[in-house]
Design a protein around this ligand. Structure first.
Ligand code: SF4
Length: 361
């Protein structure tokens, strides 16, 4: 811990927080801490394709209390085009060296979509197309983490008419475990939790049908949103800047995609200062959902199937995703809107019991 900018107390807090976030029982944080401290750092090769580097930037900017340092200290990041000092042939050499030295044991992190049209000429690094380099580097990887929505599903590049034929990693690589951590950008804690889980249990956590870790993408944003009581009471902002908007009313009529978006933004929040788009007045844009992000206009309202009535409070058990009623969690909102640690603990108690997503890693 001396080599990074956090003290042991903060380190244990992060372990406790990620443990709660992953839905692990209390006490597992010591196992996680032990694994992080003792296990050999997994070698990570990080490739960039069609993207804005926002995922890396968001990860690096989350510097309180040293989460980015912790991430970088927990893994052995052998290749990352934005962060590494070397460039050109030196960088390429380092990539091939680390891949051949760690055959079958390294984790490949991919940021960005892969263009496939015209043999993939729209994205080249070191003289190779993204398709060629993905095929080559993924061949001996132990597993692949697609970070961000572009690497997971194609992102903005893949929007119709998709001029470059952009796709996510899963469209091209079929013979490796792939875990998607979508978001634009994804929350660094979700990425860190996946790494911690892998270090502790030597496998990836349970995934949903879109290959997302269930602990982070198992519930809808709408379920834990602090504006949910306004939704239930029928109080909506009608226009940006109107009195209802200023009063903090629900953003559904401004196009909020929270009722159809599976992610933990409303409890985990961003930038270590407890904010997220909805808390500062912007509707959720559904950035973790391939069918929503950039495919539905920002102002378009999403369909809410079987809306929960405001005057009854059904069980918080999850029904089959997309078919059942949302668990009404108005009462929990006041609790989960607090610190992320408490929020993570609440979330962990409410993780789906598996009937809607039994896919194992
Ligand atoms: Fe929150 Fe959006 Fe749901 Fe309103 S519609 S409660 S703003 S997630």
């Amino acid at each position: 811990m001396k080599s990074i900018a956090i003290n042991r107390r903060d380190f244990m807090k992060i372990c406790l927080q990620t443990t709660a976030l992953m839905g692990l029982p209390y006490g597992f944080h010591t196992k996680v801490a032990e694994a992080v401290e003792k296990e050999k750092k997994p070698t990570v090769v990080w490739l960039h394709y069609q993207e804005c580097t926002g995922c890396s930037e968001s990860l690096l900017r989350s510097n309180h209390p040293g989460i980015s340092e912790l991430i970088l200290d927990t893994i052995s990041l052998d290749y990352h085009e934005t962060l590494m000092i070397g460039s050109g042939h030196q960088a390429e050499e380092s990539l091939h060296h680390s891949v051949s030295e760690n055959k079958g044991n390294y984790i490949l992190v991919v940021e960005g979509a892969i263009p496939t049209k015209e043999s993939g000429i729209y994205c080249k690094v070191g003289g190779k197309t993204a398709m060629e380099s993905l095929a080559e580097i993924s061949k001996n990887a132990a597993a692949i983490i697609s970070i961000g929505t572009c690497a997971s599903y194609g992102g903005i590049q893949a929007v119709d008419p998709n001029p470059t034929g952009a796709v996510g990693v899963g469209e091209l690589v079929k013979d490796k475990p792939i875990i998607n951590v979508p978001g634009c950008p994804p929350n660094p804690y979700n990425f860190l939790s996946v790494i911690f889980y892998y270090l502790t249990f030597k496998k990836f956590p349970k995934l949903d049908e879109l290959n997302r870790p269930q602990f982070a993408y198992g519930r809808k944003i709408h379920e834990h949103c602090e504006r949910r009581p306004h939704f239930d009471a029928g109080r909506f902002a009608e226009e940006y800047g109107d009195e209802n908007h200023k009063a903090g009313y629900c953003l559904y009529k401004l196009g909020c995609k929270g009722p159809a978006t599976f992610a933990n933004c409303s409890v985990l929040r961003f930038n270590d200062v407890g904010v997220w788009p909805v808390s500062v007045g912007h509707p959720c844009i559904g950035c973790t959902e391939p069918s929503i992000l950039f495919n539905k206009p920002i102002a378009e309202k999403v369909q809410i199937h079987d809306p929960t009535p405001p005057d009854t409070y059904p069980t918080t058990e999850t029904k089959e995703r997309g078919k059942g009623a949302d668990p009404l969690t108005t009462a929990a909102v006041g609790v989960v809107a607090g610190a992320a640690l408490g929020a993570g603990a609440v979330l962990s108690k409410k993780l789906p019991k598996g009937e809607d997503s039994e896919k194992e890693d």
